[in-house]
Write a protein that binds this ligand. Structure first.
Ligand code: NAI
Ligand code: PYR
Ligand code: MG
Length: 372
């Protein structure tokens, strides 16, 4: 198979779909790989590293989209990239379609085979291709939150860990899954007073076992969230209903009750965000203020630590990329129900129910398209 790796074009996105060792693995399997000039430069990966791994380096994205049978990316295709997708071409990347009607319509119209990293599953029910980036974003959240709490950034001038004689900041984390757990690890390490909210009794039990008395765990109800939001210096949103738009757990009215200069880091923004006042921002302009509350809603947080993130992402995506290249999408998906769960759009049809429901569009099973 001919595989193409374009350079990411989203604002300050320095990750890249394949690292040179992944290219070498695909070449070893008999495939050809085209990589756009400077695609890996932001992650410290030079064109020469790719050439040594067996890739053909190509100027610009056009030839890659025109010729490759499978495009391997990191972020969802932007409008300019979507125009270049072709009928039957495989697109393997993050998509986050539920909150993104324009992208959903364009992918349906393209006729491409669109497999989303974030809905591929594992035997344990986890989301193995989302996990490493949720770990990264979770660990970044207290870091960017602490920075945003600084006075010069519009924050209330509170140090996360406090100092002897002055209390630590209150950090409230909505969602105690992968991202929430990693956010708690760093916030506790920085000395904050941490509360994690989840609706899953299992998640709360796991958090209590992991953190003991160094955090509080709270079952997710509207009234509990109302109380915690009022108290929070830093509110971190990490809830997820796989494939679906994030539930709006924090209303605009609740945001109005927050302390002036408090900070919201809505990690769940790539699924639309779990705070009513959240709207996606970029690394170049990451924050805005609503009712005195600083909002940080960057939808590609891991792009800030592109090298760590690119390697972590390739560790989990490579086996699936190899399976797709070796077998073709129909056979690879027929043989692996977990990869099949990644299929969101194919041949003009939506094959992910939460995405179809979010946009009031028709849903067909992946099985009906692959003949499984
Ligand atoms: N902004 C960014 O750059 C990035 C964003 N993300 C996003 O972060 C979000 C979280 O991802 P993960 O931690 O991997 O998900 P996860 O599935 O591990 O955890 C989500 C948690 O939310 C909980 N939850 C769902 N509904 C809830 C409710 N109503 N009340 C309380 N808890 C609720 C679930 O029980 C689960 O424990 C996703 O939207 C993901 O796409 C991930 C990486 C980067
Ligand atoms: C998961 C995601 O959206 C990201 O890593 O950018
Ligand atoms: Mg701003």
């Amino acid at each position: 198979m001919l595989i193409g790796v374009p350079k990411e074009i989203k604002d300050n996105e320095f990750r890249v779909g394949l690292i040179p060792s992944s290219v070498a693995e695909l070449v070893h399997h008999g495939h050809a790989v085209m990589v756009e000039t400077h695609a890996g430069l932001g992650a410290g990966l030079a064109d020469a590293d790719y050439a040594n791994a067996g890739a053909v380096i190509v100027e610009g994205p056009d030839r890659i989209f025109a010729e490759a049978e499978m495009i391997v990316k990191v972020k969802e295709p932007l409008a300019a990239e979507r125009k270049k997708l072709r009928q039957g071409q495989i697109l393997f990347t993050y998509l986050h379609l539920a909150p993104d009607a324009a992208q959903t319509h364009d992918l349906v119209a393209s006729g491409a085979i669109c497999i989303a990293y974030e809905t591929v599953t594992s035997h344990s029910g986890a989301l193995p291709l989302l996990t490493p980036m949720s770990e990264v974003a979770g660990r970044l959240a207290p870091q960017v939150g602490a920075h945003s709490l600084e006075k010069a950034q519009g924050g209330r001038g509170v140090l996360l860990g406090g100092v002897p004689g002055v209390p630590a900041a209150e950090v409230v984390i909505l969602g105690g899954g992968v991202s929430g757990t990693h956010a708690a690890t760093i916030a506790v390490g920085m000395g904050a007073k941490v509360t994690v909210v989840d609706r899953s009794a299992e998640a709360l039990k796991r958090l209590a076992t992991q953190f003991g008395t160094s955090i509080s765990t709270v079952f997710s109800t509207r009234s509990a969230i109302e109380e915690l939001v009022k108290r929070a210096d830093l509110l971190i949103g990490t809830v997820l209903v796989p494939g679906a738009a994030a539930p709006k757990l924090v209303s605009h009215a609740m945001v109005r009750t927050m302390k002036p200069g408090a900070v919201i880091v809505d990690v769940a923004i790539d699924q639309g965000g779990c705070v009513e006042t959240s709207k996606a921002t970029t690394h170049s302009d990451p924050t805005y203020v609503v009712d005195g509350v600083v909002h940080y809603c960057v939808a590609n947080m891991p792009g800030a630590v592109a090298r760590t993130s690119t390697f972590a992402l390739n560790n989990v995506t490579l086996p699936f990329a190899v399976a797709l290249a070796d077998k073709g999408w129909k056979k690879a998906l027929a043989e692996d129900p977990h990869l099949r769960n990644g299929l969101n759009v194919a041949e003009g049809q939506i094959t992910c129910r939460p995405v179809a429901d979010a946009h009031n569009l028709a849903y067909v099973t992946a099985e009906s398209l692959i003949g499984g």
